[in-house]
Design a protein around this ligand. Structure first.
Ligand SMILES: *Cc1c(COP(=O)(O)O)cnc(C)c1O
Length: 447
């Protein structure tokens, strides 16, 4: 190895030293995307026959790559769904890389998988699921949703026989995440639209009216915290319908299910104990680095019937042990749940509960401040940690211009969204360091 790729302890020290500084000092909120031509001009040719050397490559990473990527963990980044990884989770990601673990199968990754499963068990327990529940950490909610829905479709096909003449349907509202439509398309299924209530929420009655009399519904998706507005569907109502019709119930909680950790918010998710699968992204609101989605099944064997891979070269795998590749569309995988596990083990679950509660409290404070501001208009009180509001009198172009100006100066990242046809401002909080007063001060520039 060293003949081709020599060790360089000084390079190792430089990379670790940069990482250490970055974790301790945080990110520059002014870092932002630039046109590719500009970035490439600054980066210069890096892939060459002789290499440019690690120290030079690191310099270009620090000066060009990092400065052209958004600060996802900045407390005033409130766009899309930001992230807020803990210091322990960030530094442990380095250790996970150094350990070079193949965590697709038990025989290769046993220790890592055992630790990851402790973190999954914590989540399953918060959902009120039995000890037999389990799954795997996958890349993100997109792959998690697809994997769970594929398991639901397989269960439907097993119970009800061949593909229905018009293909399988996935019941969901228009406010389900965009990845649910992609999952349906990938599976050659179609979305069966369930009408939402006035805020887009799925209710048991609407679901019943949609699925009654059909035999082509493979699965139902409820969203536990819509990405756009933080609205939680009526999970208990949906669960009753699914039980009546024998339908797979998947809870997409990629963003919002983190609030299961907050005792005050737990009643919002009543009924989840009856679902068949759920996802939650620790890289969103559970303080883990990218990328990390927890995918959990109440009866994991039903998922293994869909996802387990078999081949001559896989014959020696111990099928009696926990093989994460059985539970999602993946074989090779890094133990991406370990930074989350390490952080939970480091700080304790009480710190998680308090941090999520803090974000919920900050959101309420922020919404109250917006409601009280005479130049702003709150759409409705937040259910989780998304706030939608108007700036009456501004055109769409004025809204976008304000958003871009603030992003450039690093004051605040607040990006408009479309809500029921109207462009409105949206704030999404996941960071316990976000200060409501600082956000309200930034919003003063909308006057
Ligand atoms: C973010 C999100 C997803 C997609 O998750 P990724 O990790 O981005 O793939 C799915 N569903 C909901 C509700 C989300 O908020």
């Amino acid at each position: 190895m060293s003949e081709f790729f020599p060790q360089d302890p000084a390079l190792l020290d430089a990379v670790v030293a940069w990482s250490r500084r970055r974790i301790l000092e945080g990110q520059d909120p002014r870092a932002t995307a630039r046109p590719a031509a500009e970035i490439l001009a600054d980066l210069g040719p890096t892939i060459t026959a002789d290499g440019i050397g690690g120290h030079e490559a690191l310099r270009r990473f620090v000066d060009v790559v990092v400065t052209s990527t958004r600060a996802q963990g900045d407390p005033l980044n409130l766009a899309y769904v930001p992230s807020a990884p803990t210091p322990a989770s960030l530094v442990f990601d380095l250790a996970v890389s150094a350990a070079e673990i193949f965590a697709g199968t038990w025989e290769a990754g046993a220790g890592a998988i055992a630790a990851e499963n402790q973190a999954l068990a914590w989540l399953a327990d918060l959902a009120g699921w039995p000890a037999g529940a389990g799954g795997a950490f996958v890349q993100g909610g997109t792959i998690g949703n697809l994997s769970a829905l594929a398991a639901g479709r397989h269960a439907a096909a097993t119970a009800r026989g061949a593909r229905p003449p018009g293909g399988w349907k996935i019941a969901a509202t228009a406010d389900a995440h965009s990845s649910v439509a992609v999952a349906a398309r990938t599976m050659d299924a179609e979305i069966l639209p369930v009408p939402g209530d006035e805020r887009g929420r799925l209710t048991g009655d609407a679901l019943e009216a949609t699925v009654a009399g059909r035999d082509d519904v493979a699965a139902v998706v409820v969203t536990a915290g819509t990405t756009n507005a933080g609205i939680v569907d009526d999970i208990a109502g949906a669960a009753a319908v699914c039980a009546r019709h024998g339908l797979w119930l998947h809870v997409d909680g990629a963003y919002g299910l983190a609030a299961l950790a907050a005792p005050g918010a737990r009643p919002l998710f009543a009924g989840i104990e009856q679902a068949d699968s759920f996802v939650v992204d620790p890289h969103k609101w559970l303080f883990a680095p990218y990328d990390c989605c927890a995918l959990v099944y109440r009866e994991p064997a039903r998922a293994a019937a869909t996802h387990a891979q078999f081949a001559g070269y896989l014959e020696q795998i111990d099928r009696g042990e926990w093989n994460p590749s059985d539970y999602a569309i993946q074989l090779t995988r890094r133990p991406r749940g370990l930074p989350f596990w390490f952080s939970l083990a480091t700080y304790g679950t009480a710190a998680y509960a308090a941090a999520v509660e803090k974000v919920l409290a900050t959101t309420r404070e922020l919404a109250a401040g917006i409601d009280a501001a005479d130049h702003l208009e709150l759409l409705f009180p937040p259910e989780l940690s998304v706030v939608l509001f108007r700036r009456p009198g501004w055109s769409e172009d004025e809204m976008r211009a304000w958003s871009r100006r603030c992003a450039r100066s690093g004051v605040i990242l607040c990006v408009p969204t479309r809500w029921q046809g109207e462009l409105v401002f949206r704030l999404c909080l996941v960071n316990p360091d976000t200060d409501a007063a600082a956000v309200l001060e930034a919003l003063e520039t909308m006057r």
